[in-house]
Write a protein that binds this ligand. Structure first.
Ligand SMILES: [Zn+2]
Length: 80
């Protein structure tokens, strides 16, 4: 699984919406990828905050912001 796919699945993972097979692949990637593990922790905190605010799924706009933030992070990580 690629890091990019991981990001797409992170909100579903945190909301418990992943199928068992996806969840296993997700956790295997997290176990071996420092970047995704750090990002998951960051997202988990944000979801925790949002969860208290809305008690609902992550609004699409916020989700997009998170994905943008991740893309920035990937660019920096891939830098010189
Ligand atoms: Zn990764």
């Amino acid at each position: 699984m690629k890091c990019r796919e991981m990001v797409e699945l992170m909100t579903d993972y945190l909301e418990g919406n992943l199928a068992a097979s996806e969840r296993t692949r997700f956790e295997e990637h997290i176990a071996g990828c420092d970047g995704c593990r750090a990002y998951l922790e960051q997202m988990r905190k944000m979801v925790g905050v949002l969860g208290r605010l809305t008690d609902d799924q992550i609004p699409p706009a916020v989700r997009d912001q998170l994905l943008d933030a991740f893309r920035d992070w990937k660019r920096r990580a891939a830098g010189p």
